[in-house]
Design a protein around this ligand. Structure first.
Ligand code: NAD
Length: 256
């Protein structure tokens, strides 16, 4: 379905981003992946479906590296038709205890990076009159939780950025949307499960249940693969007039 299209997924060496990159490749797109950690394993996984997939190691807190990544994608793959802004980090603390460096990093990686990638990729998309931008926000872009001020601020901002960019491209073949997962069991969330298990003195399974029971009525984690399929839909012709939405996949979290 996406044969002939090129895709850049930020933060795609792990979790949700890796599932999105893999699923885009399975659907025929040519991929540039990005992120830290076991980059060779991530690239090998994507290359099972797109032998020509490439990796760029841009740090999403560094605007010059982001500009180089988008330019490299256009140069190496021939364009950047699909842009998924997924890279993200978390830190949990009350406002008065929040380390300034963690605040700055979360705003840079979870919010400003999407401005920098979109700024660089939109001209090519508009020139070709086709593009799909999917911003991986969060249910925390719609509602707040205590202890997550920087994350909630960044994700609310990302949804605002999504809406503004969607309006600016509304008469073109470029769509801009956000997806808003609830709890997804990735390394980012496993850290919070571990912290909860330690604080409450309970098992890993009980900590998972407690986290879900507080917020996510389905009592089930959303899976990275479910989110990847939503990205595929947003890239499909059927979604050509879906613009500026923030689509939650949160087991009912935001319906409460
Ligand atoms: P993860 O920790 O598994 O993956 C994060 C990815 O971002 C990794 O590839 C990591 O290397 C990359 N990354 C981190 N800092 C980076 C930087 N400075 N530059 C480049 N890459 C960087 O986390 P995940 O749960 O898969 O999260 C992916 C996205 O989904 C994030 O934006 C997160 O906020 C969002 N999200 C996650 C959940 C959840 O429950 N897991 C819920 C809602 C939204």
């Amino acid at each position: 379905m996406l044969t002939g299209k090129t895709a850049l997924v930020t933060g795609s060496t792990s979790g949700i981003g890796l599932a999105i990159a893999t699923t885009l490749a399975m659907n025929g797109a040519r991929l540039m992946i990005n992120g830290f950690g076991d980059t060779a394993a991530a690239l090998a996984q994507v290359r099972q479906h797109d032998a020509g997939a490439v990796y760029h190691g841009a740090d999403m807190s560094k605007p010059a590296e982001i500009a180089d990544m988008v330019a490299s994608c256009e140069r190496l793959l021939g364009g950047c038709d699909i842009l998924v802004n997924n890279a993200g980090i978390q830190h949990v603390a009350a406002v008065e205890d929040f380390p300034i460096g963690r605040w700055d990093a979360i705003i840079a990686i979870n919010l400003s990076s999407a401005f920098h990638t979109m700024r660089a990729a939109l001209p090519g998309m508009k020139k070709r009159n086709w593009g799909r931008i999917v911003n991986v926000a969060s249910v925390h872009g719609l509602v707040a939780s205590a202890g997550k001020s920087a994350y909630v601020t960044a994700k609310h901002g990302l949804i605002g950025l999504t809406k503004a960019a969607a309006l600016e491209s509304a008469t073109t073949g470029v769509t801009v949307n956000a997806i808003c997962p609830g709890w997804v069991l990735t390394p980012l969330v496993q850290k919070q499960v571990d912290a909860r298990a330690a604080t409450d003195g309970v098992s890993n399974d009980e900590a998972k249940h407690r986290l879900l029971a507080e917020k996510q009525p389905s009592l089930q984690f959303t899976t990275p693969e479910e989110l990847a399929e939503l990205v595929i839909f947003l890239c499909s012709p059927a979604a050509g007039n879906v613009r500026g939405v923030a689509w939650n996949v949160d087991g009912g979290w935001a319906a409460q």
